[in-house]
Unconditional design. Structure first.
Length: 319
């Protein structure tokens, strides 16, 4: 089944290059099919998991939003944003992006609630990769290193909870049979949960409002061949982008605007995101992508993390 996440070709990139490429040895000696299975991971059909536009995931925008914003540069809460991860040779982006964004949001929410800086507790992506076998219907299920869905990753945390990454570090070279071995004392087997999951509707403005108010989100987009060799700048599609490789999920930490140079080269609004291919890829593991590219705003999910002492009454935006 193919995905409905659309990806229009904007030819602006032909007349105004906005990004550079570079080679990566990790992609050199494997076939495109193997590369896609290792380094992507959202299964086709992800967008069909979404509710119709206008459902309860819409975010209201009640305060003016800045022209640009990046949580990593926030003067008081930058410590809540976790570093770039490396999913390794495992199609686990669906889990890594979701759990990393939820870890950030838990730290942000705890700090804002206490009106003081709180430490970030990194949650375990491996817990989700190994144990999340949730399905929606009979066809769309999570399958560990062979792919899954960010929506179902968030719902797994909501229903089952996950341990910390200190308890269960990310290591896909070991057996991923669930349940995984319990943490060794003095580490805790404590489960961290979420009390609300939702998809964002309303396009870029609603997405910006959610990020600004509550923290990073997980976005799924269509990857073409040239994206693997992204080096720096604002990524845009062109006639030379190559074949469709598949769907990929990343943690979105902010947005900005690339200034126009002439009347024929207008401003380009973009998203700032952390990839999960290690710090040696892109801009120290991060990238920028023009808004409206590759369906970036069409399949965006997030959750509200439960804090210590809360009664975690779960709810979902699923209609």
């Amino acid at each position: 089944m193919t995905s409905i996440i659309s990806c229009s070709l904007f030819l602006l990139a032909e007349s105004r290059p906005t990004w550079t490429t570079r080679p990566y040895t990790r992609f050199d000696h494997i076939s495109p099919a193997v590369r896609n299975s290792y380094y992507l991971g959202v299964l086709d059909g992800a967008a069909e998991l979404a509710a119709p536009a206008g459902a309860s995931g819409t975010v209201g925008v009640s305060t003016p939003l800045p022209r640009d914003y990046d949580w990593r540069e926030d003067s008081s809460l930058a410590q809540c944003i976790g570093g770039v991860q490396d999913q390794g040779e495992c199609g686990s982006c669906w889990a890594v992006s979701s759990i990393e964004s939820l870890s950030d949001r838990r730290c942000i929410r705890a700090s804002q609630s206490a009106n003081t800086s709180k430490p970030r507790i990194a949650l375990s992506s491996l817990d989700v990769v190994a144990c999340d076998k949730m399905c929606e219907g009979i066809e769309k299920c999570c399958h560990g290193c062979t792919g899954g869905y960010p929506k179902l990753a968030f719902e797994y945390v909501q229903k089952k909870g996950v341990v910390s990454s200190m308890c269960m570090p990310y290591n896909v070279t070991k057996s991923l049979l669930c349940p995984l071995p319990p943490c060794q004392k003095p580490l805790e087997d404590r489960k961290f949960k979420a009390k609300e999951t939702k998809q964002l509707y309303g396009g870029a403005l609603a997405m910006q409002a959610e990020i600004f108010m509550h923290g990073p989100v997980a976005a799924t987009f269509t990857v073409y061949e040239d994206f693997f060799n992204y080096g720096s700048g604002v990524y845009q599609l062109s006639n030379t982008s190559g074949k469709r490789a598949g769907l990929h999920a990343v943690k979105v930490v902010g947005w900005g605007v690339l200034n126009g140079t002439t009347e024929d080269a207008p401003e380009i609004p973009y998203w700032s995101a952390q990839n999960s291919w290690g710090e040696g890829w892109g801009m120290h593991g991060s990238f920028m992508i023009a808004q409206g590219q590759c369906g970036f705003e069409q399949s965006v999910f997030t959750a509200t993390p439960c804090l210590d002492g809360e009664i975690c009454v779960t709810s979902s935006s699923r209609p």
